[in-house]
Design a protein around this ligand. Sequence first.
Ligand code: 3PG
Ligand code: CO
Length: 554
Amino acid sequence: GASWKLPDHPKLPKGKQVAVVVLDGWGEANPNEYNCIHTAETPTMDSLKNGAPEKWRLVRAHGTAVGLPSEDDMGNSEVGHNALGAGRIFAQGAKLVDIALASGKIFDGEGFKYIKECFETGTLHLIGLLSDGGVHSRLDQLQLLLKGAGERGAKRIRVHILTDGRDVLDGSSVGFVETVEKDLEALRQKGIDARIASGGGRMYVTMDRYENDWNVVKRGWDAQVLGEAPHKFTNAVDAVKKLREEPKANDQYLPPFVIVDENGKPVGPIVDGDAVVTINFRADRMVMLAKALEYENFDKFDRVRFPKIHYAGMLEYDGELKLPSHYLVSPPEIDRTSGEYLVHNGIRTFACSETVKFGHVTFFWNGNRSGYFNQELEEYVEIPSDSGITFNVKPKMKALEIAEKARDAILSRKFDQVRVNLPNSDMVGHTGDIEATVVACKAADEAVKMILDAIEQVGGIYVVTADHGNAEDMVKRDKSGKPLLKDGQIQILTSHTLQPVPIAIGGPGVAPGVRFRQDLPRGGLANVAATVMNLHGFEAPSDYEPTLIEVVDN
Ligand code: 3PG
Ligand code: CO
């Protein structure tokens, strides 16, 4: 088996407390009115940027640097935290599904065979996020799956859509629904009874995460499984267009709807003998539904009916829970993460965020693995997020509370590593509310200050970085970088970006002569793990991406 013992670093001491701060959605971009980080008062982050040039740099946080298919893929929290924690670049879900579809192997696997067992007498249901955002799912993958299932004997198919507007522009849902409708029409031409059966906006229906609000999953369950929703339509394009006409309506928060036939009967509830595939490859926002679909014993909400189905995820969503037990594509095997190594080497670890990002600094950081490696050495603290609101209403979120917990953990001297995620710039950036995002960035900056002050007091070290960009650019741009107009209007960018992110190291505990190397200009998030191991006094495993730092003799 693997040897967990890490070699001593030849020059760097052990025993320094290290704070690892991840600002979610904090990228580096040109200063202008759409750069909320630039607009906001951020004296702490500014001082890091304008401080010693050998202690601040940018790292890549998107595309192939984090295991995504192409350089056009923006970064996201899953792949960003995976890279930060694992210290290596793994081909991620988006890419693994692409490969399995391109080779056709997806249809030969155990997961699809299990699903196929229902094709003769049952309905195949596909549930998931409908967009080309590439963060949780991708439209073209859904299209290939539909086609492949049709060619392999599916007789009746029902699609349960979740509109996006968060990883893609708001309003783009209509076009995506039209595209799927065309594909379903093509299947019908071939004699397959294929339709959209239900829908709703991703943030209001189904795609909650980390158990922030089970009502979200229940709304989806009622529509998808029970065929019940407050809104009924005979056609999904009409549904999305009509629901978008409500004041303040947007794709992310569309209410649930079901599609009914001419007699008002829902066309696609999930019943005994059916097959269900959740088409998202990313785990965090599918785990709750996966539990509802799979667990015999379940008490998070009243399911009313628990249909006997064959259920598979696009991927396995939790390697520790083995959830779901059937899946179409094997997930990246993110093993030997830095967290696991450090715990084996005696590093006492504290990790904290609020609910909506809690799994990012634990589950994603640890390679999509829930739970502790060693509970005696680790403590993970979750601060309950506000639920049932959009975060532009409370843009400060729980930044202060997270910082206080981190401060207390540092000052207690009970931990060697104190790791936090500050969600503000990402969660508020996703609302597209520029003024609120400015407030959010300021709040995150203040939280960083509190943590850095504590590190100062204990003679420790800080590493401040981010997982991907978001708040630094809030407008859709053309290739030349100019805001892209639609009907004379700018389009607000709710999604992440392709921008690099900053990383700063410092604090009284940093040994003299430590500085960022000059020979890794293309360094990315995966280089951070080895860097942090060094700051704890260890050499990183040889197959880790190289450290960003060197120690020069003065
Ligand atoms: C979400 O799930 O909120 C977005 O799709 C991606 O945001 P995250 O990658 O920052 O979590
Ligand atoms: Co985000």
